[in-house]
Write a protein of this length. Structure first.
Length: 284
């Protein structure tokens, strides 16, 4: 792959996915896109670049972007954000939404579904408190391939061993050959939609809780700021955003500000909160 080809691919991926690749990531591009070349009967990466330069949007273009997307995930990943959901966010939401009995949660980088299904399991544990509620989890991802797997709810033995307590495996999964399928009840709690965070997402509506974890780390600062500001607009005035452990809003935007009590938790900044009264209990 020539320097010109690598430069083109860096610009191409930045424009279409927000992925910011440094010069040291050349090996990653070659290793991930070589299988795409074979799949589309292209002899070299230069042939791939030549085809992409035609500016057509189709299966090849989608395959290139999806091949470069990192889809690392597992059930209850990093645990702390889920403990925070159980101990803080859900109790606050139940108190604040007692009149409407409606709760909307967005998993903004859902990948193969482990994050939204982890949240669904926790909501199932609180079923008695949520009787009669309308609860919706929306999972989105750039990759249509991983979303299809998420919709199937079918996981390997290795995947269910990563982070999933055995009691929840027995309770919510059925073994199908050498794989495990999540229960239809939990699958119905989550709807999946393809979404590129670089594109508008106003059509998704407003959310009470947003999980946008371990995706902003792949963006440059201006792209991070843009995505965070638009997430703030999609957030209920008293809602909450959870970012990954290596992610922050500090130095990027004032549309979201850190929660003073819980690491990784953010709320709307003063400009957005001024537009509507706060409804959540103390702490926000």
């Amino acid at each position: 792959m020539t320097e010109a080809d690598f430069g083109f691919l860096r610009d191409y991926l930045k424009k279409r996915s927000g992925l910011a690749l440094g010069p040291e990531k050349r090996y990653l591009v070659e290793s991930r896109l070589s299988p795409v070349c074979r799949r589309f009967n292209l002899a070299t990466l230069s042939d791939l670049v030549g085809t992409l330069r035609l500016s057509r949007e189709g299966p090849l273009e989608r395959a290139v972007v999806e091949a470069m997307t990192t889809n690392e995930t597992f059930f209850f990943r990093d645990r702390a954000p889920f403990d925070l959901f159980r101990d803080v966010l859900l109790p606050r939401a139940i108190a604040a939404r007692a009149s409407t009995r409606r709760l909307r949660i967005w998993s903004a980088a859902a990948s193969t579904g482990q994050e939204p299904y982890s949240l669904a399991m926790m909501l199932h544990e609180a079923a008695a408190q949520l009787a009669g509620w309308q609860v919706e989890i929306v999972g989105t991802d750039l990759s249509t391939e991983v979303l299809e797997k998420a919709r199937l709810g079918l996981y390997s033995h290795f995947e269910v061993q990563r982070g999933l307590p055995v009691q929840l495996l027995v309770k919510h999964f059925t073994q199908v050959g050498e794989q495990w399928r999540i229960s239809p009840q939990l699958m119905k709690m989550v709807s999946y939609r393809p979404l590129n965070l670089l594109h508008p997402f106003e059509h998704l509506g407003q959310f009470d809780i947003v999980y946008c974890r371990n995706v902003l780390i792949y963006f440059d600062a201006p792209t991070k700021a843009d995505v965070l500001e638009r997430i703030a607009k999609a957030l209920a005035p008293d809602g909450a955003v959870l970012l990954g452990a290596a992610e922050t809003v500090i130095g990027l935007t004032e549309a979201l500000v850190p929660d003073g009590q819980h690491r990784g938790l953010y709320r709307q900044g003063a400009v957005h909160r001024a537009a509507a009264p706060t409804r959540l209990a103390a702490g926000f």
